[in-house]
Write a new protein. Structure first.
Length: 335
């Protein structure tokens, strides 16, 4: 499949786009609890998975296998299953958005029933995600050839991310299979109105979370290291080491004779940072699912969108809207 003008935004543009989406996206769908619920589920899932992993690390560090081993196995199981769980939640969210644009309020059970009709496509998307991520991790570990392969895989991953944004609504809204959905991409591009032509090939807010989280991780690790140095003790079960031991720097000038470091604050800092990251990743995923579902509806089912919001949606999709009004107020009647 070939799509012209696929473009990844620069670092600054990614963060600006994410800020815009966070500010306006949930307003434009009326803060409908049904649309927000998939994000909540994915966030809770991610928090539990990360917490189990770090619980296992803390327990195994002190040789507590009774807690550490089961926690690690559960975390690994959740890590594998997350691809399937997240895809189902994203499909639900995409369908709920499409219904909201038509003035309908659907329940969680209706969304669940709708997604259940596309189990095969859902699993294929999840499997592709899992295989792609695994191949990328493998390529990064096999030396110089692996680096070249990783660059290629990262490029393909960027294309897949963008295609996937349109794949989800194509499957759950119109019921197309994976092959049909991919083959429609070229026709979808030809259907984009001139006012939105510059937006179609942009993976908005791509990798913005990594850009935001890098300084946060760095700060938290430095704080954890400082606390670990302050409370470090050679007798502690979480004793990491003493960088001054056997060094000529020990006792030199203002330096102490010993500098024992505890790894516990560092691990907790990484834990907290990862919790922030996983929630932010789910927020970013949700706003992108909503954004591209709206875009998909605009270029494939424009006549089905509530007429009074069409112009506002156009400005939102171009990221030019200032004060976005909800598509459906939270208290509107359910159809």
């Amino acid at each position: 499949m070939q799509i012209d003008n696929l473009r990844q935004p620069g670092i600054k543009e990614r963060v600006v786009q994410l800020g815009y989406l966070l500010k306006h996206t949930f307003s434009i769908v009326g803060r409908d609890p049904g649309i927000l619920r998939p994000w909540v589920r994915m966030s809770v899932y991610g928090v539990v998975m990360v917490s189990l992993f770090f619980t296992s690390v803390l327990a195994l560090w002190v040789n507590n296998g009774d807690i550490g081993t089961p926690a690690l196995l559960l975390a690994l199981g959740m890590f594998i299953y997350k691809h399937f769980y997240y895809v189902r939640q994203e499909l639900r969210q995409s369908w709920l958005v499409s219904e909201a644009l038509q003035g309908h309020r659907r329940t969680a059970s209706e969304a669940k029933a709708r997604v259940r009709q596309f189990k095969g496509a859902s699993r294929l998307i999840a499997l592709f995600e899992m295989v792609f991520n695994g191949a990328l991790s493998w390529a990064l570990r096999i030396g110089r050839v692996g680096v070249l392969m990783a660059i290629l895989l990262k490029g393909l991953r960027e294309v897949w991310d963008l295609v996937n944004h349109y794949l989800l609504p194509s499957v759950v809204i119109d019921g197309y299979g994976i092959r049909e959905s991919v083959s429609r991409m070229k026709r979808l591009k030809e259907s984009v109105p001139e006012t939105l032509a510059g937006v179609f090939g942009i993976d908005v807010a791509a990798r913005a979370v990594g850009t935001i989280m890098f300084p946060i991780y760095l700060l938290m690790v430095l704080v954890g290291l400082a606390i670990g140095t302050w409370m470090g003790s050679p007798q502690s079960a979480y004793y990491l080491g003493d960088p001054l031991a056997g060094s000529a720097l020990a006792g030199a000038g203002p330096l102490p004779e010993t500098l024992p470091i505890s790894v516990l604050p560092i691990l907790i800092a990484l834990w907290m940072g990862k919790l922030i990251s996983v929630v932010l990743e789910r927020v970013t995923t949700s706003v992108k699912v909503i954004y591209f579902s709206i875009f998909y509806m605009r270029i494939t089912h424009a006549e089905d969108i509530v007429p009074e919001i069409r112009d506002e949606l156009e400005a939102y999709l171009r990221m030019e809207a200032e004060n976005v009004e909800p598509v459906a107020a939270p208290g509107s009647p359910q159809s």
